[in-house]
Design a protein around this ligand. Structure first.
Ligand SMILES: *[C@@H]1O[C@H](CO)[C@@H](O)[C@H](O)[C@H]1NC(C)=O
Ligand SMILES: *[C@@H]1O[C@H](CO)[C@@H](O)[C@H](O)[C@H]1NC(C)=O
Length: 235
């Protein structure tokens, strides 16, 4: 069989795109003898978690506008190229955390949770996977609220916002973090400019967050945008 030059070129392109997306997902239950670890195995499962992390990553790359040729804009995965989830036996009462490409889920939280565990753990994984892929975390201590707001924005867009979150328009300031910031980012991204959160993420790569990014992307100050957002929902 003789390949045309165009066919060879497209094979080469397919290979490059494949390697750019060659991320693996590993899930380990380090707490399998605890109540939460057992509940995780029975009601969620490591294979399901792996699938969810893979789907969440694709979802996040879409939100961040890092698909196709722009896959090169993604934040690289640590070490051997695996995003990992470990169910851990912790005693600090937390839910989950992420450091680099390593996510930990607390068995205690899984044990305590009442309600739809599958939706809850999936929502938590979308939030934590966002921390794996988002740029600018070197600035987390100074502007934690934006990083947590973007992670909850992704969870919201994916359809996993829990019932206890604030409603749109609630909260005292854009920098409240988590659900408060997520609702505001959703207003900026849905009402003002689709793709805003992806652009914001890209700008944070080198030196983290600046209020100036709202002006650069949306042409308005973050305070003006927040005032309009509050007014839209009755103040
Ligand atoms: C999970 O358990 C393995 C084996 O004991 C250990 O090497 C690893 O550090 C543990 N991971 C976490 C996140 O606790
Ligand atoms: C994604 O990035 C490309 C290249 O920078 C840009 O042209 C496009 O408008 C972006 N899409 C969105 C939705 O922001």
């Amino acid at each position: 069989m003789k390949l045309s030059m165009a066919a060879v070129a497209s094979l080469v392109l397919a290979f490059v795109a494949g390697t750019a997306g060659a991320v693996t997902f590993e899930v380990t239950n380090n707490a399998s003898t605890t109540p939460g670890g057992q509940r995780f195995d029975v009601e969620y499962g490591a294979d399901h978690a792996k699938q969810v992390l893979s789907e969440a990553s694709s979802f996040i790359w879409n939100v961040f506008n890092q698909t196709g040729a722009r896959a090169a804009d993604r934040r690289p995965v640590d070490g051997g190229g695996a995003v990992t989830l470990v169910v851990v036996d912790d005693t600090d009462g937390g839910i989950a955390s992420t450091s680099g490409s390593a996510i930990e889920l607390s068995e205690g939280y899984v044990a305590r949770f009442t309600g739809d565990l599958k939706a809850e753990v999936t929502g938590v994984l979308y939030h934590e996977a966002t921390h794996v892929w988002q740029w600018g975390l070197q600035d987390y201590a100074a502007h934690w609220w934006v990083f947590e707001g973007v992670a909850d924005f992704v969870r919201l867009k994916a359809g996993y916002a829990p019932a206890h979150w604030v409603a749109p328009g609630q909260g005292r300031s854009w920098d409240g973090g988590y659900d408060v910031t997520a609702r505001f980012l959703d207003y900026c991204d849905s009402v003002i400019k689709p793709g805003f959160v992806g652009e914001l993420n890209g700008k944070m790569k080198d030196s983290g967050y600046s209020d100036g990014y709202f002006v650069e992307i949306l042409g308005r100050s973050v305070q003006d945008l927040w005032n309009d957002y509050k007014a839209k929902y009755g103040g």
